[in-house]
Ligand binder design. Structure first.
Ligand code: ADP
Ligand code: MG
Length: 483
């Protein structure tokens, strides 16, 4: 009897152990299956985001064709190709004291530069930055410009020599801003009611921030033909020959060319490698169907693309246990976090763990999940950087600096001796995110090939928008406005 009981107990224990073991095995199998699904999400993303050089060259061609169409007629392309009426660029001979106002999305900066009349003799620029109070961003522009005008007045009044050069007519002001504006001349086009501080005549140029960057790039190096910005947003401008600017015939001076503000963030082509994450991001944005290129490339959006993929991964699996509620918050991952995770070279990916803890409030994310997230950041940023390179390739192609001749000129590679070509680059996405920068350089090299690539130089132009605007004020104060 006693023995029977012991036997019964042993059988029960064995059955229970089997049950526990089979539950554990089942859990492991399910978990492995879920992990495979997560890897599937990553593999699918990698495939959809692929940018082999053949595809990049299609994007290059599409960019050049769209540039052509945008120039040929208003509304001819999603690229606005705005005339800036900047038909001269600073060349180093500028002299005197100039002011600039650089209005951005969150800050505005007032600058004073002294130009010594020799290239690269910009004396220590004096810069003051102020945040734009959020309530003024949504109120009338009059209130905002009142604030800015007061700030300029104070800045000028506090000038080193105490002289009010601006209002007395000896100082000139350049103005730069990151918005698309259809201009009528180099100093008009945006409706601003300057109420205090200085007279409108003091403002001799108002340009897009890319144009300021091109101006400063050209001041330092006359081979500078284009400027691109990779910051919160992205945009580009370049120097175009007069005869290629069909839509402004009759308006132009005889200088032979003009800077065109491409507004390239709005570029679109069916060759762009788009995913369902991009489409969803776009449809939930405040500008659906617009700024398609920018939404794949710029600092404003890279973190958001990563968040959308991570959300999908966590819904497909248990990488974070249950789906973290914070992962549903749009724009919770900002791009500097993406670069910090991507470039975390600690063996245990400590920075990745820290950011996930801060952002998602999940401690102790397993190492294999952290590794997966680094790969995800890599896919999203690599695509962005390679498409950015294709954009630059498109400009070079349009102006015949890609070694193949201009698309309007119809020359062939053998006719053209490649000239040294400098592209000015500005923006923290490029300057602060090493992997973005390196992928961009690598892709541009692939696109141009080893014969042409060494002739193309990307040069970081710090403070381009602001100082460049002051330089343009100098260039245009000589004989006032044109157009
Ligand atoms: P803005 O676009 O306002 O003129 P910046 O050129 O400084 O200013 O760009 C700011 C943007 O650059 C940020 O919104 C962010 O997306 C990106 N950024 C800034 N720092 C980094 C970083 N370390 N890594 C990646 N992206 C960054
Ligand atoms: Mg900027």
């Amino acid at each position: 009897m006693g023995r029977l009981m012991v036997l019964g107990l042993a059988v029960t224990v064995a059955v229970a152990a089997c049950a526990v073991a089979s539950v554990a095995v089942g859990r492991r199998v399910r978990s492995r299956r879920k992990w495979r699904r997560v890897l599937g999400v990553l593999a699918e993303l990698e495939e959809r985001c692929a940018t082999p050089v053949g595809k990049l060259k299609q994007v290059v061609d599409a960019m050049a064709v769209e540039m052509h169409a945008g120039l040929a007629s208003e509304g001819g392309s999603k690229l606005k190709m705005l005339l800036t009426f900047v038909d001269r660029l600073p060349n180093g001979s500028e002299k005197g004291t100039y002011y600039a106002l650089d209005v951005g999305g969150t800050n505005f900066r007032v600058l004073r530069v002294q130009l010594g009349g020799q290239r690269s003799s910009i004396l220590e620029p004096h810069v003051e930055q102020q945040a734009i109070p959020p309530h003024l961003m949504t109120s009338t522009s009059e209130n905002l410009f009142d604030l800015i005008a007061s700030a300029i007045k104070e800045f000028v009044d506090r000038g080193e020599d105490g002289s009010k050069t601006l209002v007395s007519g000896r100082g000139k002001l350049g103005f730069t801003f990151p918005f698309p504006v259809k201009q009528r001349s180099v100093s008009s086009g945006i409706l601003i009611k300057w109420t205090k501080g200085f007279h409108i005549e003091d403002m001799v140029s108002q340009v897009n921030d890319t144009v300021g960057t091109l101006a400063l790039g050209h001041y330092h190096d006359e081979d500078t033909v284009a400027a691109v910005i990779f910051g919160t947003g992205t945009n580009a401008c370049y120097w175009e020959r007069t005869d290629a600017i069909i839509k402004c015939q009759g308006l132009l001076t005889t200088s032979g060319g003009m800077v065109i503000n491409m507004e390239w963030g709005n570029f679109w082509s069916s060759h762009l490698p788009r995913t369902s994450y991009d489409t969803d991001l776009d449809s939930h944005s405040s500008s659906p169907n617009d700024q398609g290129f920018e939404k794949m490339i710029s600092g404003m959006y890279l973190g958001e693309v990563v968040r959308r993929v991570l959300l999908r991964m966590s819904q497909e699996s248990d990488i974070f246990g249950t789906v973290p509620s914070r992962l549903s918050l749009p724009f919770i991952f900002r791009t500097p976090m993406i670069s910090a995770m991507h470039e975390d070279d600690s063996p245990g990916l400590i920075e990745v763990a820290r950011i996930l803890k801060d952002v998602l409030e999940i401690p102790d994310v397993p190492l294999k999940v952290r590794k997966l997230i680094v790969k995800l950041c890599n896919v999203v940023t690599r695509r962005a950087a390679r498409l950015a390179a294709a954009g630059i390739g498109g400009i070079l192609k349009k102006i015949g600096r890609d070694g193949s001749g201009s698309i309007t000129g119809g020359r062939t590679r053998t006719d053209v001796k490649m000239r040294r070509t400098v592209v000015a680059v500005e923006g923290s996405l490029y300057t602060s995110y090493t992997m973005f920068r390196e992928y961009l350089h690598e892709a541009l090299w692939e696109i141009l090939g080893e014969d042409i690539a060494p002739h193309v130089i990307l040069k970081v132009i710090e403070d381009g928008p602001g100082i460049g605007a002051a330089l343009l004020a100098a260039t245009y104060s000589k004989d006032s406005v044109c157009g």
